[in-house]
Design a protein around this ligand. Structure first.
Ligand code: GLC
Length: 588
């Protein structure tokens, strides 16, 4: 989650495999099902164009009736993920943790939290995933630990403890005064006073999440060894939590307030002045030294990948995360596309084009939803056409040139369902920010597998309530319904994986002055081009593809996918798009 000022502003117990292939699929889908996946250049490049699925383990599938999802639950759903077309799953933290920030406060980096299972369960999950050619990506939280981690317990014990310098300890400015004005992304001062040693420690996030001191080489070594530990256990990479925040200004300079258009300070969700973190507690150049060193570590193991939680406003920062010599992160997340948060054709066109032209030819990683932000319905929906809009955004995700990352439940159109009473809030951010900031429970509700009790998530009491909408939106109900979100995802993922042009062809934006329809072509030498049009309006549109400059000579196309209910166009000059409709065609 990016809690900084800029953002503030701004199945049935496992379904039998055959259930997924509904018998009445139209010809185009049957054809897709028969096509074999595109061969990649080499297995070490598996992540290019891959389909990555984020699992919030606590909420995916409970196997032991305690109301909390677990590793055996995930293992029991691997066939579902395989049928969906998932290449890799990113697990949010499963390490031992006091769970103040639901696992992002780690107390042991080389073990499994008993709530999620055992190391044997983890090894079983990796082995079962491997049988299905699904790779496991772990979440690596390197910026901070839990205050219950043994490193911190030692560090806080005395000023002379050998681990003192593993965390960021500073003297106050004066009695009762923290070292400076820095605030935590979770609200209030980022400095916590420790009366025992009369110093403050810095925490970018919650008080129970003290920041590690990355100026200390011992910290770097310990973290990198942890990465090796997991790679030796068969993990294929890491999603680097809050990676741009590893370093802070050594001179401890105050952060400046964010000003609105009238020059007035912007007040954040916690009722305090928002501050400009850039260059002071965020995105310091030294982060790149660590990224480069870490890349060398993961390159010791073939085919491993680094994914970054990289919220940036500028494409130049995104470009920089790949490394000056493409020697840092292979897949920094491009939130510039996914977090536009309004259906603005021009903004999408600009940002998708930037991902094609401004990141040095690297692989973009597009992502819309995650465990830190309201789901698609809440950020893009209009309350009337939400499902159409979600289908359209899935088309942006899977028909662009990218590695596509999506969040559990998106494929069944799960709804953001925030708590309505502060006493029900589980996320600490929601408790400190209530009512303006309700926290992240709304996007973390349990996966909806069936229309039966507790949506098939647990036989116990779910740790977060199941949204009432689960009776409509669940795997079991959606499987047999050809027009369901689940079948749309399944088809478009299959298209992304089986059509070489859709998987890796160049993206060229079309009709660049159109304010209603976003259109683009996908071009790959020697292959028939693919064209895509998305109607960004609530009205039907008649659309004519302008193919100037693409080298595409024909206006005849074969429909690959289209929104339910629309007809096949006779020509690309007359494509009828229903409200928020999608058309994907292959030039003939
Ligand atoms: C990242 C995680 C978020 C967590 C924070 C602190 O933004 O995605 O869930 O609260 O880091 O670790």
């Amino acid at each position: 989650m990016k809690f900084t000022a800029k953002t503030k502003m701004l199945a049935l117990a496992l379904l039998p495999a055959l259930c997924f292939a509904a018998p009445s699929l139209p010809a185009q889908t049957r054809a897709l099902a028969k096509t074999s996946p595109v061969e990649l250049k080499s297995d070490t490049d598996w992540w290019k164009g891959a389909v990555v699925y984020e699992i919030y383990p606590r909420s995916f599938q409970d196997s032991n009736g305690d109301g909390i999802g677990d590793l055996n639950g995930i293992a029991s759903r691997l066939d579902y993920l395989k049928l969906l077309g998932v290449d890799a799953i990113w697990l949010t933290p499963i390490y031992p943790s006091p769970q103040v920030d639901f696992g992002y406060d780690i107390s042991d980096y080389e073990a499994i939290d008993p709530a999620y299972g055992t190391m044997a369960d983890f090894d079983h999950l990796v082995a079962e995933a491997k049988k299905r050619d699904i790779k496991i990506i772990m979440d690596m939280v390197m910026n901070h630990t839990s205050d219950k981690h043994k490193w911190f317990l030692e560090s806080e014990s005395s000023k002379t403890n050998p681990k003192r310098d593993w965390y960021v300890w500073k003297d106050g400015k004066g009695p009762g005064q923290p070292p400076n004005n820095w605030i935590s992304d979770f609200g209030h001062s980022a400095w916590q006073f420790d009366p025992k040693t009369n110093q403050y420690y810095y925490h970018k996030f919650y008080i129970q999440q003290p920041d590690l001191n990355w100026d200390n080489p011992a910290v770097q070594k310990a973290m990198f060894d942890t990465c090796r530990f997991w790679m030796k256990r068969g993990v294929y990479g890491f999603r680097l939590d809050a990676i741009p925040t590893l370093f802070e200004d050594p001179q401890l300079r105050d952060e400046k307030p964010v000003l609105d258009a009238n020059g007035k300070p912007v007040i954040d969700a916690f009722g305090e002045e928002a501050l400009i973190t850039e260059g002071v507690t965020d995105n310091l150049p030294r982060v790149h030294d660590v990224e480069k060193d870490l890349r060398k570590v993961i390159d010791e193991f073939p085919g491993r990948v680094l994914i970054g939680e990289t919220y940036f406003d500028k494409v130049a920062d995104l470009r920089r995360s790949y490394g000056l010599h493409d020697d840092e992160l292979q897949l920094p997340m491009d939130f510039q596309v996914g977090m536009i948060n309004k259906l603005d054709v021009a903004a999408f066109r600009t940002r998708i084009n930037e991902a094609e032209t401004e990141i040095g030819g690297n692989e973009p990683l597009f992502v819309f939803d995650n465990h830190d932000n309201p789901r698609l319905d809440a950020r893009y929906g209009d309350g009337v056409h939400d499902l159409d809009i979600e289908r359209m955004l899935a088309a942006l995700l899977f028909a662009s040139r990218d590695t596509a990352l999506f969040y559990y439940g998106d494929e069944i159109a799960m709804k953001t369902t925030p708590p309505t009473r502060v006493e029900d809030v589980r996320d600490p951010v929601g408790r400190s920010g209530w009512p303006k900031e309700k926290g992240r429970d709304g996007e973390r509700t349990p996966m909806q597998w069936t229309p039966g009790p507790n949506a098939g998530f647990t036989t116990g009491t779910p740790w977060l309530p199941i949204p009432p909408s689960y009776t409509l939106y669940n795997v079991q109900t959606e499987v047999p319904n050809f027009d369901s979100m689940l079948n749309w995802y399944k088809q478009i993922i299959a298209l992304h994986k089986t059509n070489p042009v859709v998987r890796s062809g160049k993206n060229v934006m079309l009709n660049t002055s159109d304010t209603k329809v976003l259109a683009w072509a996908r071009l790959l030498d020697g292959q028939p081009a693919v064209v895509v049009a998305c109607n960004f309006t609530a009205e039907a549109q008649k659309f004519s593809f302008d193919l100037t400059g693409t080298g595409i000579a024909s206006k005849q196309a074969r429909t690959l996918m289209k929104t339910p209910g629309s007809s096949d166009p006779a020509s690309l000059d007359a494509v009828e798009l229903p409200p928020y409709g999608v058309y994907i065609g292959q030039i003939e």
